[in-house]
Design a protein around this ligand. Structure first.
Ligand code: CA
Length: 238
C-alpha cells in the first residue's frame, strides 16, 4: 500500500482537532494531533511529517514562535490556523515561514484542499522531512538550483525547498542569472503582483526566511549575497 502523507496538527481545541483528524484521514492522510507547541516540536523531532497544521493561539505560546523554532531545523510546509482575520496576521505569518493560513471558522474541506495545494506546491512534502539531519552537499556536480516552473518547486542541491509564493518568485528571479545584482525594486517587480503596495523591508524579510530555508539544506553555503546599498545576488555555482 502506498504510504499516506503524515500530517501534524498542533491545535489546543479538541473539537477542532477531532474534525481535522477525521477530515484528513478521510482524504487519505495520516494525521497526528498535539495539543501544545512543545509537544508539536517534539513530535517533529521524533519522525518526519509531510506538513504541519499549526494553530496560532496555543496554551504554551504563539504558533508563530513554534514556527520559528521549527524553521531552525526544518523546511516542512506549515499552514497556520488563526482566529484573527487581519492582514497583519497573514503577513506576519507568512514572513515567519508559514506557507499558507486559514482563518477560523473554516470548513474541513477548505483545510484539506489547502493541505493538498501546499503539498503540490512544495513538492509533495519531500522538503524538510529530515528534521534532525542537516544535509551536506550531496551532489556537487549537479546545478545547485533547479527551478520547476510547472510545479512551482525549486530544488537546491537536490532537495526540494518548501517555499512560500514570494520566496519562490524571489529565488526564481535570482537563480535566473547567478551573479547578477538585483535592486530591491527589481526583485519587488519580479515577485509581487502589486509592487507599489509593498515596502523594501518586505523583500528583506523574505530574503531572510529564504536564507533560513537554504541553511537547512547547506548550513555554511549562504548562496544569497547582500550588496550594501545595491541589493542581492545569487552566488554563481562554484
Ligand atoms: Ca487555540
Amino acid at each position: 500500500m502506498e504510504e499516506r502523507p503524515r500530517i501534524l496538527i498542533v491545535e489546543d481545541e479538541p473539537a477542532i482537532a477531532d474534525t481535522l483528524l477525521y477530515a484528513l484521514k478521510t482524504e487519505g492522510f495520516d494525521p497526528e494531533w498535539c495539543a501544545t507547541g512543545r509537544a508539536g516540536v517534539a513530535a517533529l523531532a521524533a519522525k518526519p511529517f509531510a506538513l504541519v497544521v499549526l494553530d496560532v493561539g496555543l496554551p504554551d505560546g504563539s504558533g508563530f514562535d513554534v514556527c520559528k523554532e521549527i524553521r531552525l531545523r526544518s523546511a516542512v510546509p506549515v499552514i497556520f490556523l488563526t482566529a484573527r482575520n487581519t492582514e497583519l496576521d497573514r503577513v506576519l505569518g507568512l514572513e515567519l515561514g508559514g506557507d499558507d493560513y486559514l482563518v477560523k471558522p473554516f470548513s474541513p474541506r477548505e483545510l484539506t484542499a489547502r493541505v493538498k495545494a501546499v503539498l503540490r506546491r512544495t513538492g509533495g512534502g519531500t522538503a524538510g522531512t529530515d528534521f534532525h539531519v542537516i544535509r551536506e552537499n550531496q551532489n556537487p556536480v549537479a546545478a545547485e538550483f533547479v527551478v520547476d516552473d510547472e510545479r512551482c518547486v525549486i530544488r537546491y542541491r537536490d532537495t526540494a525547498l518548501g517555499l512560500t509564493r514570494y520566496e519562490f518568485r524571489l529565488l526564481r528571479a535570482l537563480a535566473a542569472k547567478p551573479g547578477r545584482v538585483y535592486s530591491r525594486d527589481q526583485l519587488m517587480a519580479a515577485a509581487w503582483e502589486d509592487p507599489g503596495a509593498s515596502l523594501d523591508r518586505t523583500v528583506d524579510a523574505h530574503i531572510k526566511t529564504l536564507r533560513a530555508k537554504l541553511r537547512v539544506v547547506a548550513p555554511d553555503a549562504d548562496p544569497i549575497q547582500t550588496h550594501r546599498g545595491l541589493g542581492y545576488s545569487l552566488r554563481g555555482s562554484s
